[in-house]
Design a protein around this ligand. Structure first.
Ligand SMILES: Nc1ncnc2c1ncn2[C@@H]1O[C@H](COP(=O)(O)OP(=O)(O)OP(=O)(O)O)[C@@H](O)[C@H]1O
Ligand SMILES: [Mg+2]
Length: 510
């Protein structure tokens, strides 16, 4: 990834970026990663020492590291210390029934597969074991060839999973474009457009749902163009108080208003020679939009209270997750400013329209998280993989990244299981429909392929209502949770005609 050197200018940030290898600038050495293939760990649990000895020898030859335990209690203590990939568990032991131990292992260490062994084969317990999630049910005395084959199959499967993730994450890094990952044709097209436009475009409009990578794309424009190495200044229009907009954008002179004790440049001046990123540009009040248009058209800004305008040379990248055309039609955004911004319009596609990127992004996020947390996570269980592929991802890449990172935090095994993913989504959401897991994210519900996706506006309306319900209508708390200013929240309530419908502390009391 790229190192960004930042300093803050009153709520805005200025970066000088070290450019990326694919845009041809400072080459970044892509380390050749070797798949992290350690010997998988097998836990053998049996109260008969001779059985432990036989399995130990066989499993070591089959490529496992082996830890033996003589009781269920010892097995659980060992697992808490050393997460195993596979456990071979005897069905009948003095201190515990193998089925109970199976239940405990699957419940507490879902990344650990379990094989039950018994000298008293019974159809009932075999069925029960499989229902509880056992991988195999083997009878004693062992058919040695069969046991060897089962162990080798499992080891190969673990290795294949680790290799897939290692390769996916390696390819992801090699195909990275200025910090952006994506190998779907649609993302490759986005990269190619940025690369071709960046040397020429002076005004760019980026659209896309939340978490699709608009800010990353803005940085990519900066890095891929001739202004790399010059300032990259960000202003988030939803976080600025109405009365301060003009001063934040264009600066002010000393004494221009109460509290203006010093002269101060605005973000346009700070970005001179570089790029100004106007995030959430749809939130700009109409009164400021006219002044922004002037700055774009003439390259001139006038500090509040100054007599003369100043010339600035700035590339402007604006971003929005609103439909600005609809905003223009509704009279909330100036048409002339929209057409001025829309010279180059680039839309970041939502993750649900490029599901082929999911395994690849997951692998990259997982490798990063695993290295950062110094864990030996190597992949996902098949059920976890299916869950990720089929989730709705309303929060797009940001949500996927957060879920993968949290799941990595929760896991102590080499494979992340569906249980950790569900935990990573948080317990407050409905049910997955994928498995018999007790909780899962509404976002984990499969995106029914036939459904037309809900319009962005509808989703935003629902989300705001949800958050307001969670905080009993407290506007301040809701704005905080939504990551926007209270003013921006009120504007959205108005836009969605939610003023009456949204819960409020007063309505709750009555
Ligand atoms: N193509 C990508 N490759 C890797 N990471 C990505 C990609 N796109 C987004 N991300 C990651 O997802 C997160 C959200 O990205 P970003 O902030 O750029 O989205 P956004 O569209 O600006 O969202 P919002 O509208 O909510 O501000 C960041 O952590 C970013 O690093
Ligand atoms: Mg953003």
């Amino acid at each position: 990834m790229y190192e960004l050197l930042s300093r803050d200018i009153s709520g805005t940030s200025v970066d000088s970026a070290i450019p990326c290898p694919r845009c041809g600038m400072t080459p970044m050495a892509t380390p050749v990663e070797k798949p992290l293939l350690t010997r998988p760990l097998l836990l053998v649990v049996d109260d008969e020492p001779p059985v432990l000895k036989v399995i130990e020898r066989l499993a070591t030859k089959a490529g496992f590291e082996v830890v033996s335990c003589g009781s269920g209690a010892e097995a659980m203590r060992t697992l808490a210390r050393r997460p195993a990939d596979l456990a071979l568990v005897d069905l009948r032991m003095p201190d515990v029934n193998g089925l109970d131990l199976l239940r405990q292992i699957r419940g507490n260490h879902p990344g650990c597969e379990v094989i039950l062994m018994t000298g008293y084969a019974a159809v009932d317990s075999a069925v029960e074991a499989i229902k509880l999630g056992a991988r195999e049910y083997l009878t004693k005395p062992f058919d040695i060839d069969r046991l060897r084959q089962v162990l080798i199959d499992i080891r190969l499967e673990l290795e294949r999973r680790a290799q897939v993730v290692a390769l996916e994450s390696q390819v992801a890094r090699q195909l990275e474009f200025c910090g952006m990952l994506g190998r779907s044709p649609v993302m490759q097209e986005v990269f190619s457009l940025i690369q071709r436009l960046a040397p020429h475009a002076r005004v760019v409009l980026l659209s896309g749902e939340t978490g699709t990578g608009k800010e990353l794309a803005a940085r990519a424009f900066h890095q891929a163009g001739p202004r790399r190495g010059r300032p990259f200044v960000t202003i988030n229009c939803s976080a600025v108080v109405d009365t301060l907009f003009e001063s934040e954008l264009f600066g002010h002179v000393r004494g221009a208003f109460t509290g203006a004790v010093e002269s101060k440049p605005g973000v346009f001046e700070a970005a001179h020679g570089g790029t100004l990123f106007l995030d959430e540009v749809g939130e700009l009040p109409l009164s400021v939009q006219a002044k922004l248009l002037r700055a774009l058209e003439y390259g001139e800004v006038q500090r509040v209270g100054a007599l003369q305008p100043k010339h600035v040379d700035v590339t402007v990248v604006a971003a929005t997750n609103r439909d600005l055309r609809a905003e223009v039609a509704a009279g909330r955004f100036r048409g002339d400013l929209f057409y001025r911004l829309n010279v180059v319009d680039l839309t970041l596609p939502p993750l649900r329209d490029r599901r082929e990127d999911i395994p690849y992004l997951t692998a990259a996020f997982m490798r990063d998280a695993s290295a950062r947390m110094q864990k030996r996570i190597q992949g996902l269980t098949p059920a976890a993989e299916r869950l990720l592929l089929n989730a709705r991802w309303d929060g797009n890449i940001r949500e996927l990244k957060n879920v993968v990172e949290r799941a990595c935090m929760l896991t102590d095994a080499t494979l992340v299981s569906e249980r950790e993913l569900v935990g990573a989504f948080g317990p407050e959401q409905g049910s997955t429909g994928f498995s018999n897991l007790p909780v899962a994210g509404s976002r984990l519900r499969p995106a029914t392929t036939g459904d037309a996706p809900a319009p962005l506006d509808a989703r935003e309306r629902e989300h705001i209502l949800d958050v307001l319900r969670q905080v009993n209508g407290n506007r301040m708390a809701a704005a905080k949770l939504l990551g926007i200013s209270r003013r921006a929240l009120y504007r959205r309530l108005e836009r969605h005609q939610l003023a009456d419908e949204a819960p409020s502390p007063a309505s709750r009391r009555s």
